[in-house]
Ligand binder design. Structure first.
Ligand code: FAD
Length: 468
C-alpha cells in the first residue's frame, strides 16, 4: 500500500526541465528549502530531446558540408559514408556528459531535494508524487509549475510508423532519403537543414503560412527561403495540409489544393502544446487559456496566490533560456528580492539551420506598429562586405531597426555561424543602445562580429566599408 508521508518545503517545483531546475538552483542559492519533482529525466526536453541533441546533429551536418566544400578551397576531401549510429553515439555522449554535470549541480545544491515520481497539484499548497515507493505529499509555502510541453500534431494526423515527431526523428536508425516536413518553424527548418547536410536526396517542407520562420522579420524569412532553394531544399508555402497516408515504405501528403508529396518519412513539426492536462491545475482554480497557464507578466504568479508557472506552459516564446530566466525570476520573487520583469521581446532567438538566423527585439513590422512608419529607421548591412563571411563562403546580412533618433529596438541577422553574434546583439537591444554608442565601440577585424559594428556605423551616419 502507498506510504503517505508529509514533507514541508518553502518551494515545491513540478517538473525539472530548463524552467524547473533553474528555479531550484536559484532557490537553493537563496536558502529556500526546495523540492524538485521529476517523472522522467532531470534536464527535460532541452537536454534530452531538444536543444542539445539537435545542435549536436547540426554540428555533424556542418562537418559534412565543410568536407563537401573542401575541393573549392583547395582541400580535396571525400565523404565515404555517413554513419547514423556514429552520429547517435556522438549525440548521446554529449547529452550524457551534460546530464551528469547537471545531476552533480542539483545534488550539490544546498536545500534542494530531487524527488523522482509523477507529480500532481493536489491542493493549493500540496503536490502529491507517485513513484514505485508509494505516494508522498509535499507541502510548499509556494509552488512552481514547470511541466513543459509536448510535440503537437493536427486533428486526424496520428503519430506513429513513418509519421514522426522531433523526438523520434532524433533517434532514427537511418538518414531519411526524401523526408517531408510539416511545419516551417524553427524545428522544421533545423531538421530540413540537417537532413540535407547529411545526404537526404530531397527534403520538402510544407508550411501553411506564406513564409518559413514566419515569426521572424520578413527579410530573414525571404533570405532563408533563397538560401534553402540554393541548397536544394524544397518548400511549399501558403497552402494548408489536408491529409497524410502511410504504407510500410512511405508517406503521401496531400495539401488542401490537391497537390501531393511522396516521402519516406513525415516529420510533424507544427509546434508544441503545453503539458497542463490532468495535473490538477484547473481543479485548484488556476486560470488556463487553450492549455497555457496565465500568469502575471511581472511576477509569473498564476491566478492562485503562491502558485507560479515557468517555461513552455506560459504563453510566449518556447525557449530554454527563457525558461532559465523565468526560473531564476520566480525563485527571487519568492525570496522577496522583487526582480525586474522579463521583457519578452528582449529574449534572443536563434535558428540553427544552415544558414543560421539570430534575432532580438522588434521586427520591422512590429516597430512600425509601435512607432509608426515615420517613427523608425532601418539599415541592412550585407555580409558581402564582411571579410570573415567571405572566407567562410556565406552570404547574408545584419539588419538593424531603430526608433527614429532613438535606440536600436531590433537586430535581425542571417548567415553561416551568425548565431554567435546574438550575444552582442541582445546587449545592444536590451541596454537600449543608440547606433552612435555602438559605432564608437571597436569590433575586431576580421570577424563576423565586425558586421554588427559596420551596421551601427552606417546607421549612425558614418559608414566605413558600406554605403550610407
Ligand atoms: P521541459 O524541458 O519540457 O521540462 C518539463 C519537465 O517536466 C519534463 O522533464 C517532464 O518530464 C516533467 N514533467 C511533466 N509532467 C510531470 C509530472 N506530472 N510529474 C513530474 N514531472 C513532470 N530551445 C532553445 O532555447 N534552443 C534550442 O535550440 C531549442 N531547440 C529545440 C529543439 C527541439 C527539437 C525541441 C523539441 C525543443 C527545442 N527548444 C529549444 C525548446 C526547449 O527545449 C524548451 O523551451 C524547454 O525545454 C522548455 O523548458 P520547460 O522547463 O518549460 O519544459
Amino acid at each position: 500500500m502507498a506510504d503517505e508521508t508529509a514533507d514541508q518545503y518553502d518551494l515545491v517545483i513540478l517538473g525539472a526541465g530548463s524552467g524547473g531546475y533553474a528555479a531550484a538552483l536559484r532557490a537553493g542559492e537563496l536558502g529556500l528549502r526546495t523540492a524538485l519533482v521529476e517523472k522522467d529525466k532531470l534536464g527535460g526536453t532541452c537536454l534530452h530531446r531538444g536543444c542539445v541533441p539537435t545542435k549536436t546533429m547540426l554540428h555533424v551536418g556542418e562537418i559534412a558540408d565543410t568536407a563537401h566544400e573542401g575541393e573549392a578551397v583547395g582541400v580535396k576531401i571525400s565523404v565515404d559514408s555517413i554513419d547514423p549510429q556514429g552520429i547517435r553515439s556522438f549525440k548521446d555522449k554529449i547529452v550524457g556528459r551534460l546530464y551528469k554535470g547537471l545531476q552533480g549541480l542539483v545534488k550539490a545544491a544546498k536545500g534542494v531535494d530531487y524527488i523522482e515520481g509523477y507529480g500532481r497539484l493536489s491542493g493549493r499548497n500540496t503536490v502529491s508524487v507517485e513513484s514505485e515507493s508509494g505516494t508522498r505529499t509535499l507541502t510548499g509555502k509556494n509552488i512552481v509549475l514547470a511541466s513543459g510541453s509536448f510535440s503537437k500534431t493536427l486533428p486526424g494526423l496520428e503519430l506513429g510508423g513513418r509519421i514522426i515527431d522531433s523526438e523520434v526523428a532524433l533517434d532514427l536508425p537511418e538518414i531519411p532519403k526524401n523526408p517531408i516536413i510539416l511545419g516551417g518553424g524553427v524545428i522544421g527548418v533545423e531538421f530540413a537543414s540537417v537532413w540535407k547536410s547529411l545526404g537526404a536526396e530531397s527534403v520538402t517542407i510544407v508550411e501553411g503560412l506564406p513564409h518559413l520562420v514566419a515569426n521572424e522579420d520578413e527579410s530573414l524569412s525571404k533570405a532563408l527561403e533563397r538560401a534553402f532553394k540554393k541548397r536544394g531544399i524544397k518548400f511549399s508555402l501558403g497552402t494548408f495540409f489536408e491529409k497524410a497516408e502511410q504504407t510500410d515504405s512511405g508517406v503521401t501528403v496531400t495539401l488542401a489544393d490537391g497537390t501531393t508529396f511522396e516521402g519516406d518519412y513525415l516529420l510533424v513539426a507544427v509546434g508544441r502544446g503545453p503539458n497542463t492536462k490532468d495535473l490538477g491545475y484547473e481543479e485548484q482554480g488556476i486560470e488556463i487559456d487553450r492549455g497555457f497557464v496565465i500568469v502575471d507578466r511581472s511576477t509569473l504568479e498564476t491566478s492562485v496566490p503562491g502558485i507560479y508557472a515557468v517555461g513552455d506552459i506560459v504563453p510566449g516564446l518556447q525557449l530554454a533560456h527563457r525558461g532559465f530566466q523565468q526560473g531564476i525570476l520566480v525563485a527571487e520573487e519568492i525570496a522577496g528580492l522583487r526582480p525586474a520583469p522579463i521583457v519578452e521581446s528582449g529574449i534572443p532567438r536563434v535558428t540553427y539551420a544552415e544558414p543560421q538566423i539570430g534575432s532580438v527585439g522588434l521586427t520591422e513590422k512590429q516597430a512600425v506598429e509601435q512607432f509608426g512608419a515615420d517613427g523608425i529607421e532601418t539599415y541592412e548591412y550585407n555580409l558581402g562586405g564582411n571579410g570573415k563571411s567571405q572566407i567562410l563562403g556565406t552570404t547574408g546580412f545584419v539588419k538593424l531597426v531603430r526608433e527614429k533618433d532613438g535606440p536600436v529596438v531590433g537586430i535581425h541577422m542571417i548567415g553561416s555561424r551568425i548565431s554567435e553574434q546574438i550575444g552582442e546583439a541582445q546587449l545592444i537591444v536590451n541596454w537600449e543602445a543608440f547606433p552612435e554608442d555602438v559605432a564608437a565601440l571597436i569590433h575586431a577585424h576580421p570577424t563576423q562580429n565586425e558586421a554588427l559594428g559596420e551596421a551601427h556605423l552606417a546607421l549612425a551616419g558614418k559608414p566605413l566599408h558600406a554605403h550610407a
